[in-house]
Design a protein around this ligand. Structure first.
Ligand code: PMP
Length: 397
């Protein structure tokens, strides 16, 4: 059969299963207002939790960064590592309370690169079943013995640590600090305790925690700091710059030895063009805004609280997340598509998440909140959501 014919068959199957993904074309980043395919809409789908993608000072810094060159012109180890990258790494190490940090071009590359650099066939990797795809792919690619435990299940983790100990080799436990499709938090203090008991290394993906949560001393460091954990308990953290920082790229933070080691061995760091200097300059400004405008994170928390309170008044069947990620589990892919299409018709953009991004039978709307939303905008979404869910007989009128 020709390649073309096979591809068309597989695409038809995707459509039949209600899993076909369609790209939307936006005119610019949501403010949260956005023009999609020529229509003005209100977005509850971006990861720009603090509104920094549209912050005038961040944009000005990014424009100034472009004066250093449109691109880095080579990989970091050749001649693509500029002072702005160095400054960004310094600032990320400071706000995460780590000795050092290393920037990657994306979080996907940071996770895959770190796991493949740290682990080999003789080792074990233990993952939460709902880990982000980049951790799952890193676990596969690194060739280590891959063990998984049910989402958030400490007994399950304990059993896998015992299995790994019987097998021998080094063991790394990898979890998301905040789960990207559920918005819930990993029980990090307990996980770190188990890792300590078994001498396992802990990697926390802070993609959705960095910049929006932390401890009193390190308010931006993420969910591990919020759980009271430091570098000795969480030796490897990965954070992304494409979410709360409103930009692109990612970083790993940890000991100087970890960072030095990744420079030597993380192939997605070594064999790719360096982060564009404008992105590094914009990200420095974004971190600076996070530090000097704590009201942004406060406003986000207020919006989350307002959303949850109002959703509870309206009897909306939300999952109970306390973060900016608020999923509404609908189960069936076709219902999710119908609800999100109706919301779009009424001017609201919400993520429609289906397998394989989430397990079969758990298709959902993924509503994300930002400091940039107003309470009126949140109320408008919730009112429209109730009416659409009633039409689809998901909730009773
Ligand atoms: N980890 C998690 C938990 C994520 O949600 C994402 C982004 N979807 C990534 C890693 C990958 O980050 P990036 O978009 O920078 O590749």
């Amino acid at each position: 059969m020709t390649l073309e014919k096979i591809l068309r068959q597989r695409l038809d199957e995707r459509r039949r299963d209600g899993l076909y993904r369609q790209i939307k074309t936006l005119a610019a980043a949501p403010t949260p207002l956005v023009t999609v395919d020529g229509r003005e809409m209100l977005a509850f789908s971006s990861n720009d939790y603090l509104g920094l993608a549209i912050h005038p000072e961040v944009i000005a810094a990014q424009k100034a960064g472009a004066e250093l060159g449109a691109g880095a012109t080579a990989s970091h180890l050749v001649n693509g590592h500029f002072q702005v990258h160095q400054q960004l790494q310094q600032s990320l190490a400071e706000v995460t309370g780590r000795e050092a940090a290393l920037v990657f071009s994306s979080g996907y590359m940071a996770n895959v690169g770190t796991l493949c650099a740290l682990l080999g066939r003789a080792d074990n990797i233990i993952s939460d079943k709902l880990n982000h795809a980049s951790l799952i792919d890193g676990a596969r690619l690194c060739g280590a013995n891959s063990l998984r435990f049910p989402h958030g299940d400490l007994d399950g983790l304990h059993r896998q640590l015992q299995r790994a100990a019987r097998r021998g080799g080094n063991t790394l436990v990898a979890v998301d600090g905040v789960y990207s499709m559920d918005g819930d938090l990993a029980p990090l203090a307990e996980i770190a305790g188990l890792c300590r008991d078994y001498g396992a290394w802990l990697l926390v993906d802070e993609a959705h925690g960095f910049g929006v949560m932390g401890s009193a001393q390190l308010p931006l460091a993420g969910s591990s700091a919020a759980a009271g954990l430091d570098q000795s308990q969480v030796p490897v953290i990965m954070g992304t710059l494409g979410k709360a920082a409103g930009n692109a790229g990612a970083f790993v933070a940890g000991s100087s030895a970890l960072i030095d080691y990744l420079v030597q061995f993380a192939r997605p760091y070594i064999y790719t063009t360096g982060m564009p200097p404008a992105v590094a300059a914009g990200s420095i400004a974004a971190v600076e805004r996070m530090r000097s405008e704590p009201e942004l994170a406060r406003r986000l928390q207020e919006n989350i609280a307002h959303f949850r309170q109002r959703a509870a008044q309206l009897n909306l069947p939300l999952a109970g997340s306390s973060t900016a990620i608020q999923p509404l589990l609908l189960g069936c892919e076709k219902t999710v598509m119908s609800v999100s299409a109706k919301l779009e018709c009424r001017g609201f953009l919400v993520g429609a998440i289906r397998p394989p991004t989430v397990p079969v039978g758990t298709a959902r709307l993924r509503i994300t909140l930002s400091a940039a939303h107003s309470h009126d905008q949140i109320n408008a979404l919730l009112d429209e959501l109730v009416s659409v869910l009633q039409e689809n007989a998901v909730v009773r009128s």
